[in-house]
Design a protein around this ligand. Structure first.
Ligand code: NAP
Length: 198
C-alpha cells in the first residue's frame, strides 16, 4: 500500500495489530514513515509482525495488550511513551464479534464484545490522549463498522458496541480539552479476508 502523506517522526499505536485490518493499518502507517507500537495478546504474533514492519525501516515496539485489562492499557501507554517519548496517532482497532441469536447470547459473551470493542477503546484513548493534548496535536481513530448505524440480526452485542463507538467518538470530540487529540471514527465494510468472525 502506498501513501502520499508523510508521517516521518510520528509515532502511532495500533491496537490489535497481530493480523487482519490492524496489521494492514500498522503496515500502512510504517510505510508512510511512522514508528509504530503494535499490540496483541499473543507475543508470537507480535514478533512476526515486528519483523515484517522492520523491513520498512521503521522502529517498532511490540506490547502485549489485552484491552479488557485496565492495567494492560496503562502499561501499554507507559511503555509507548517511555520508548518513543510521545504518541501522535492512536488507532483503536482491537475488536471481536460473537455471532449468535439474541435470545441465546450469554451474559459473558455480551461483556466480552462490549468490553473489547467499546470499553477498551475508550480507556486506550483516555490513557494516550493526555500526551496528545499536552503536545497540542494528536489523532485518535476508532475503527467502526457499518453497524455503527445499521443493525443486523445475530450480532446484537457487536451492533451495540459499534453504535457505542459512534457516540463515544462524538462525545470525546465534543470535549474542548480533547480537541487537540482530534478523535475520528472510520467505518469499514465487511472484509471477508481479514476475519472469520467479524
Ligand atoms: N473484518 C470486517 O469485515 C470488519 C468490518 C468492520 C469493522 N471491523 C472492525 O475492524 C477491526 C479489526 O477487524 P479484523 O477483521 O481485522 O479482526 P481480526 O482479524 O479478528 O483481528 C482482531 C484483532 O483484535 C485483537 N484483539 C481481539 N480481542 C482483543 C483484546 N481483548 N485485547 C487486545 N486485542 C484484541 C486481536 O489480537 P490478538 O488476538 O492477537 O490478541 C487481533 O489483532 C475490529 O475492531 C472489527 O470490529 C471489521
Amino acid at each position: 500500500m502506498s501513501f502520499s502523506i508523510d508521517l516521518t517522526d510520528k509515532v502511532a499505536v495500533v491496537t490489535g495489530s497481530s493480523r487482519g485490518i490492524g496489521r494492514a493499518i500498522a503496515r500502512a502507517l510504517a510505510g508512510a514513515g511512522a514508528d509504530v507500537v503494535i499490540t496483541s495478546r499473543n507475543p508470537d504474533s507480535l514478533q512476526r509482525v515486528k519483523e515484517d514492519l522492520e523491513t520498512l525501516g521503521r522502529r517498532v515496539l511490540p506490547v502485549q495488550l489485552d484491552v479488557r485489562k485496565r492495567n494492560d492499557i496503562i502499561d501499554m501507554a507507559e511503555a509507548a511513551l517511555d520508548h518513543f517519548g510521545h504518541v501522535d496517532i492512536l488507532v483503536n482497532n482491537a475488536g471481536m464479534n460473537i455471532r449468535t441469536p439474541a435470545l441465546k447470547l450469554e451474559w459473558e459473551e455480551w461483556d466480552a464484545v462490549l468490553e473489547t470493542n467499546l470499553k477498551g477503546a475508550f480507556f486506550c484513548a483516555q490513557a494516550i490522549a493526555p500526551n496528545m493534548i499536552q503536545r497540542g496535536w494528536g489523532r485518535i481513530i476508532n475503527i467502526g463498522s457499518a453497524t455503527c448505524v445499521n443493525a443486523f440480526p445475530d450480532i446484537t452485542a457487536y451492533c451495540a458496541s459499534r453504535g457505542g463507538t459512534l457516540q463515544m467518538t462524538k462525545s470525546i470530540a465534543a470535549v474542548k480539552a480533547t480537541a487537540a487529540a482530534r478523535p475520528a471514527r472510520v467505518s469499514t465494510s465487511w472484509c471477508t479476508q481479514a476475519s472469520s468472525n467479524t
